[in-house]
Design a protein around this ligand. Structure first.
Ligand SMILES: Nc1ncnc2c1ncn2[C@@H]1O[C@H](COP(=O)(O)OP(=O)(O)OP(=O)(O)O)[C@@H](O)[C@H]1O
Length: 445
């Protein structure tokens, strides 16, 4: 199996939020449900997600600000907005600036699941072929070629491997490569996103539980460690695990022993353990957030993956690869990458690394209007943030309302080519009232 793709749901409505959470968990995704703009900004800055499903209006802000912050950190991330009828204009504007799609509430949950699955495929069932297939594009530069060689050398050593690197640099790709290069290749590859595991479920998810271990334990559950058998257990986002739970991982790695929750039998862990984090673990140890003993135990074979901006020679071939792959998936001819787009891509910093590159390539292919991709297709979010300035903090409500009213009248007149009668009809006011407002705001016909 692969790691359950993590979806961020930004929704303050508890009924809609919890039904989305339940449904996506059932569909094979991991879910991070965030109930406010502040909670979303903080959590999404820490934990990279594969897709964001966001309400636009939130009690303490709006989805646009959240999205802008996520894009600034990780580059374009597929975002689907859920909006009430009144917010459709804003949603359409957001799609122009990089959001993948929007849905008007109320929407059909099945249709939403299908749309999400088209962007981020559900988890492949355990043991299915392909679970550990290494990417053909892994090792396209001297930097990643060196990583590849190191992994081949240590493939069969009985030691944990620690993969380090920014989000989206390919740590999971490297873990799969390591597994495929080892004698365990035919055995399971089990990937766990520790950042998405709730603390209360940590033991049960990892170690399993016996029937009756707690109220809802109606049957025995085999945890990830047992599922991995003699294969590879990939613990991703290890830096997100709380210190109280880190001690359990230490025991697992050191003693190779564990017990199912509510069980007496001590079981042996035969799997190769591979760990990954985008955090600076040394700094986490210094700050008291990561146990030093665990750090020393896992830091024996540490393998850093360079960020994409440190291996720029990979940008062009990876873009070409993912543009072609997206076009194949959407059943259309692959567009060409224009020289200006390529130049912009080569100059870009890629904070979200390869994941960002894939997202940009797929979005560009999905929405491009011609056979050649331009800078705007690849970097539509560059328009984000160029919003009208927010009103001054001490602005009165009346002045903010008048400012918005004036801007909307100007925009409507622009749309009607200056025709006052047509604009008045669009605005739902009489021609006389519109003339009166234009005079008051100093708008020329
Ligand atoms: N060399 C590569 N070739 C093809 N695809 C790649 C490569 N490197 C990364 N990817 C793809 O980029 C995305 C992110 O990679 P991956 O999940 O391995 O990154 P990560 O470092 O584990 O990220 P995170 O820390 O956020 O979990 C995945 O879709 C992966 O398949």
């Amino acid at each position: 199996m692969s790691t359950r793709p993590l979806i961020g749901i930004v929704e303050d409505d508890s009924i809609l939020g919890s039904s989305l959470e339940q449904r996506f968990l059932l569909e094979g995704y991991a879910v991070l449900w965030l109930r406010s703009a502040a909670e979303a900004e903080a959590a999404l800055a820490r934990t990279p997600v594969e897709l964001v499903l966001s309400d636009i209006r939130l009690p303490d802000g709006d989805g646009e600000t959240v999205m802008a912050a996520v894009f600034a950190r990780y580059g374009i991330v597929p975002t689907i907005f859920m909006t009430a009828f009144g917010g459709i204009e804003q949603a359409v504007r957001l799609v122009r600036m990089g959001a993948r799609d929007y849905l008007a509430k109320p929407f059909d949950l099945d249709a939403l699941v299908e749309r999400v699955a088209a962007i981020v495929p559900r988890t492949t069932p355990e043991g299915e072929a392909g679970g550990a297939r290494p990417a053909a594009t892994f090792g396209l530069s001297p930097g990643t070629e060196a990583v590849r060689r190191t992994l081949e050398r240590v493939a069969d050593l009985d030691l944990p491997v620690l993969l380090l690197g920014e989000t989206g640099t390919g740590k999971e790709v490297a873990a799969r490569f390591l597994h495929a290069a080892s004698a365990r290749a035919a055995k399971p590859f089990i990937a766990i996103n520790c950042g998405a595991l709730q603390a209360e479920l940590f033991d049960s998810a990892l170690f399993g539980h016996e029937k009756g271990a707690f109220t809802s334990a109606v049957a025995r559950h085999v945890g990830f460690v047992e599922q991995a058998g003699e294969g590879t257990l990939f613990l991703d986002e290890i830096g997100e695990v709380e210190p109280a739970l880190q001690v359990k991982l230490l025991r697992l790695i050191q003693e190779r022993e564990f017990q199912r929750l509510g069980g007496r039998e001590t079981l042996h862990c035969a799997a190769r353990i591979v760990l990954a984090t985008n955090r600076d673990l040394e700094a986490e140890v210094a700050a008291g957030r990561f146990r030093e003993d665990l750090y020393f135990r896992i830091n024996v074979l540490a393998c850093p993956l360079p960020p994409l901006r440190a291996r720029r020679e990979e940008i062009a071939p990876l873009l070409a690869h993912f543009v072609a792959a997206a076009a194949r998936r959407f059943g259309q001819a692959a567009p060409e990458l224009g020289p200006d787009a390529l130049e912009a891509a080569n100059a870009h910093d890629w904070p979200g690394n390869v994941r960002e590159l894939i997202n940009r390539a797929e979005r560009a292919v999905a929405l491009a209007e011609g056979p050649v991709l331009g800078v705007g297709d690849l970097f539509p979010d560059r328009a984000l943030g160029r919003r009208p300035a927010a009103p001054a903090e001490d602005a009165s409500l009346a002045s903010v309302r008048e400012g918005a009213e004036r801007a909307h009248i100007v925009e409507t007149l622009r749309q009607t080519g200056g025709a006052v009668q047509a604009a008045a009809e669009k605005l739902g006011i009489s021609r006389t009232t519109l003339w009166e407002k234009m005079r008051r705001y100093g708008i020329e016909p």
